[in-house]
Design a binder for this molecule. Structure first.
Ligand code: ADP
Length: 614
């Protein structure tokens, strides 16, 4: 859910809530680290060790630096040549620097390797989850939003959060070790270092939190913008956009959305940076105040020159560690946004059919709808109400009705893509809910009017109808023959292995009617299916080709159950039973002649179409 930007402000709760608000930046760090740990233990260990070393060594270098300066001063005073110790110390500092470089390089290597592995892992998690979801989930815009956002940044965000968390730990370790050294000068200096950083820390945490909420709140706008981008720049929409000259209109909308988003961004950026600057000044003042203090103390002879060098370097590095932490924090909020979205998506409850039946209680009974009603989620009207029908093997039904009368919905319920809101659907006497989902799918072959045009070779486009025989070339050919696609496929250079679609090299585009023949062939891939459904996949063919396909279809499905949806009466009249639907209800049923004799809805539609042909 996109939270309103005002619903959870820090000021609205108790101080406890306020704290939690600030600590929200760590909300998903644990889960991100878990994810990285599960992806590769070795790399995580390398990352953690590198972080620890890179955090500790800078303080060690500062310490050795102090010894060197003091050694130099002592040597000059003693005027007794160059002590060997001193050179060893220089070598030691060089060694420490190499150690830092090595640790940083190890961190980098671990990060790049993890990035690739983690991206793959998260993508697979997302896609696996997508397999287990219901169709209804994909039609829910908010859910779809989550899915798209989760996929978009899958490869970078989890690792980024881990990097920033580790970066923060590294800077924290450095800070603690610097503070340890500074204690030798004065506990007050440590207090100043921390106190000067705190206001900036809190302001950064607050503004990052605001940015986080702003992001969530306006995600519908961002999604709309993304959609416009897609429409303006994709091959499948280019034709209409050009023809209708929609480009400028859509582009203007795209700009307007940007302007609105930009106004909010500017406000936040200005406030954030002005505060950042003001509070940063405090830190600078504190630094130079302490600088003066250290200088005065050195001149007074209370600390050595070496110590002065060390304290100054520690103090300066301490401050850059503070500001690096601030940057990490503001990035962490964005990463959190991504991860919250990812986990919301992954935690979507699964509601797949849990049945186990692989055969019906009453084999041969066929398909029954018993007072089935259905309403789409979020809709106010029933798409189907009180539908009852019985289809036995070797019989066929044609569904007739105007657009939106519920024909496709009926088929989707039959396919188990949705469950009825009330009533039952039985196959061979067993409720669809009790069927094992893959046993059920094997029994039913369906081609929808909006069938997929896969950017795959011709043969695989047909093979998609039955994954168990996806690459079975003989079956492709049998199916193509039944779908009347054989002749034109043989004319394509490359035949069954010709790439279809324009996305990949040498892909060729088919005409609408040719694609539909491929789709019909796809339905015939399921040789074991005893319920075959064609939901208007032939609308782009000419009437003669459609009639030929259906005649053929009937002959090939003699002992099976067939359901056809078509607007052409030449086709519809071939069915044993014609079911006329309107507004989700069955209003007439019978065969062609009896329905004409009834002189109702069907007869009227038939005369309209017949008149059109005269
Ligand atoms: P037909 O196939 O007869 O043209 P449909 O079964 O596709 O009709 O649609 C029946 C009704 O259900 C229509 O009013 C349509 O608006 C609605 N509908 C179809 N699909 C969805 C959906 N995914 N979500 C909500 N309503 C839908």
């Amino acid at each position: 859910m996109a939270a309103s930007p005002h619903s959870t402000t820090a000021s609205s709760g108790t101080s406890n809530q306020g704290w939690r608000e600030y600590l929200g930046v760590f909300r998903y760090s644990r889960r991100a680290i878990e994810l990285v740990w599960q992806t590769s233990r070795l790399l995580t260990v390398v990352l953690a060790t590198g972080t620890l070393i890179a955090g500790l060594l800078p303080a060690a270098a500062a310490w050795v630096g102090q010894l060197i300066v003091d050694g130099v001063v002592a040597a000059i005073d003693a005027n007794a040549g160059i002590p060997a110790d001193l050179l060893w110390l220089v070598a030691l500092e060089g060694g420490i620097m190499m150690g830092i470089a090595g640790a940083q390089r190890a961190i980098q290597i671990a990060q790049s390797l993890l990035r690739a592995q983690l991206g793959q892992r998260v993508n697979v998690m997302i896609l696996e989850k997508a397999q287990s979801l219901e169709l209804a989930d994909f039609e829910d815009s908010e859910f779809y939003d989550k899915l798209t956002r989760a996929r978009r940044e899958a490869s970078s965000r989890p690792l980024s959060l881990v990097n920033r968390t580790f970066g923060l730990i590294q800077n924290g370790i450095s800070l603690a070790s610097f503070a340890g050294l500074l204690l030798g000068f004065s506990p007050w200096a440590v207090a100043i270092l921390v106190a000067a950083g705190l206001p900036q820390f809190f302001s950064e945490a607050k503004f990052s939190g605001d940015a986080f909420r702003l992001f969530r709140w306006r995600s519908p706008d961002t999604r709309r913008q993304m959609y416009l981008e897609t429409v303006l720049a994709r091959e499948d929409s280019a034709k209409e956009v050009k023809l209708f000259e929609l480009g400028p209109l859509f582009l203007q909308r795209y700009r307007d959305i940007f302007k609105r988003l930009y106004r909010e961004d500017r406000r936040l950026t200005l406030r954030r940076d002005l505060w950042g600057f003001g509070l940063g000044l405090i830190a600078t003042l504190a630094f130079y105040g302490t600088y003066a203090w250290i200088v005065v103390t050195t001149v007074a002879g209370q600390i050595t020159l070496g110590q002065m060098t060390m304290y100054l370097s520690v103090f300066r590095q301490g401050q850059s560690a503070v500001s690096a932490s601030l940057t990490a924090i503001s990035g962490m909020y964005e990463d959190n946004l991504y991860l919250s979205n990812l986990y919301e998506y992954l935690e979507q409850p699964i509601t797949v059919g849990s049945g186990e039946a692989t055969a019906g209680a009453d084999p041969g009974d066929g398909l029954r709808f018993e007072s089935v009603s259905f309403r789409y989620p979020g809709s106010e009207l029933d798409a189907l109400s009180d539908v009852s029908l019985h289809l036995t093997p070797s019989r066929s039904i044609a569904l007739v009705g105007s657009n939106g009368s519920g024909k496709t919905t009926l088929i989707k319920l039959l396919a188990g893509l949705y469950a009825p809101s009330s009533g039952r659907i039985l196959l061979d006497g067993t409720d669809l809910r009790d069927w094992d989902s893959s046993a059920l799918r094997e029994r039913i072959g369906i081609i929808f009017q909006d069938f997929m045009r896969y950017q795959l070779p011709v043969g695989e486009n047909i093979g998609a109808g039955d994954v168990a025989h996806f690459s079975d070339e003989e079956r492709w050919q049998r199916a193509a023959r039944k779908g009347l696609a054989e002749t034109f496929i043989e004319d394509i250079p490359g035949g069954y292995h010709a790439q279809l679609g324009r996305w990949f090299r040498d892909g060729r585009e088919l005409s609408g009617g040719q694609w539909q023949k491929i789709a019909v062939a796809r339905a015939f891939m399921r040789e074991g299916a005893d319920v075959l459904v064609l939901d208007e996949p032939t609308a782009a063919m000419d009437a003669a080709a459609e009639a030929e396909i259906f005649e053929h279809f009937r002959a090939l499905t003699e002992d099976r159950m067939a359901i056809l949806i078509s607007h052409r009466f030449s086709t519809v009249r071939m069915a044993d039973e014609i079911i006329v639907m309107d507004g989700g209800r069955i209003i007439e049923r019978g065969n062609h002649d009896s329905l004409l004799a009834e002189n109702g809805h069907y007869a009227r539609l038939f005369r309209l179409q017949a008149a059109g042909y005269q």
